[in-house]
Design a protein around this ligand. Structure first.
Ligand code: PMV
Length: 341
């Protein structure tokens, strides 16, 4: 055995723990250019959330017959495990790779529209890429993470990130870059949990349905560059009301697109709508707060640190909110620990 192979063996069996933070899009991604490479139809801009994270411990295990994947203390179901195994084949460049043990834990409810796939696939990318000795290059890792989930590409750089899209189908230019780190701007996100049930229609299925059936899909794609440019400017100038107004606009436009699909996609429930109306009413009374919502019923309120208590107090008046999680901007994905066994 030559020394390169020796080195690879040694790395392959190390136990690697990585952490990645979930992110919310301020300018939304919805729709794919190509499914196999998972290429987005539009670029997006996001904010990583310090309070929502996934920690994944990864290890290649010689002699293991199949991947073992544990999420929040339970064996993953076949669909979840299939996604992880397919993703590891992509990362290793072969389905004939050594099988692995993956133990992942979210500090928030999985698959309830809190972007667990973003932190999940970013943490898995970071840990498994280390074990495979793939170069620790954020652009490269973001492209890999994209193959697991489009939003995961943005959790690799963290902070305030932009997902860029290429003009061809190679995927070479489809990756996220950090615009600003987590200390750039102290804004806060209050996440109101209104339901922790897993969503009925996953984002991939939803995006495909929308692109095929919504009469508004083409104009959504056409307007994207303009929305991205406006958000870049709002972030650059730290213009909170401009940023919030744009985030809300992009969110409502995406949900309108979902609702105009056939059959329609509606991720909200009555509490979601009650929250939207409360936020608008508080804004009319002078409180500068805005919201964004992903493919689920959870409403995320964007506010400044000094308005947190007031927003919390008002949200508590709504029946049906079980928990409120407060978050600052979060960092990029990182390796937390590497051990030999
Ligand atoms: O990365 P996915 O496939 O989970 O899609 C994410 C889609 C939204 O969360 C609704 C929007 C976004 O840009 O994150």
């Amino acid at each position: 055995m030559n020394s390169a192979t020796n080195r690879k063996r040694e790395y392959l069996t190390k136990k690697v723990t990585a952490v990645a933070h979930a992110n919310i899009a301020l300018i939304k991604y919805w729709g794919k250019r190509s499914r196999p490479e998972n290429l987005p139809a539009v670029g997006s801009i996001s904010l990583a959330l310090e309070a929502l994270k996934t920690e994944t411990t990864f290890q290649f295990v010689p002699g293991l017959e199949d991947d073992r994947c544990i999420l929040d203390g339970k064996e993953m179901n076949d669909q979840q495990k299939g996604k992880v195994s397919d993703f590891l084949d992509i990362l290793a460049g072969t389905s004939g790779r050594m099988k692995a043990r993956v133990v992942s834990r979210n500090n928030f409810p999985t698959a309830a529209g809190l972007a667990s796939s973003s932190s999940g696939f970013a943490a898995l990318t970071k840990a498994a890429a280390y074990a495979l000795q793939i170069e620790d290059n954020p652009v490269l890792l973001s492209k890999f993470a994209r193959r697991g989930s489009g939003s995961a590409a943005r959790s690799i750089p963290g902070g305030f990130s932009e997902m860029k899209i290429g003009s061809d189908m190679s995927g070479k230019k489809d990756f996220a870059v950090q615009l600003y780190d987590e200390n750039y701007w102290d804004i806060r996100v209050l996440i109101a949990l209104v339901s922790t049930d897993p969503k009925e229609t996953g984002s991939t299925e939803g995006m495909i349905r929308t692109a095929r059936t919504s009469p508004y899909f083409d104009s959504w794609v056409r307007a994207s560059n303009n929305d991205l440019a406006e958000m870049r400017e709002a972030l650059k100038t730290k213009n909170f009301s401009r940023m919030g107004e744009l985030a809300e606009y992009s969110c409502m436009k995406m949900h309108g697109l979902m609702m105009s699909s056939r059959p329609p996609l509606l991720y909200w429930n009555p509490v979601t709508l009650e929250m939207i109306q409360l936020i608008w009413s508080l804004r009319r009374q002078g409180l500068p707060i805005y919201f964004t919502i992903d493919a689920g019923p959870q409403v995320k309120v964007l506010c400044r640190p000094d308005h947190i208590q007031e927003v919390r107090k008002n949200l508590q008046s709504i029946n049906g909110i079980s928990t409120i999680i407060e978050s600052k901007p979060g960092p990029d994905a990182y390796i937390k620990d590497v051990t030999n066994s």
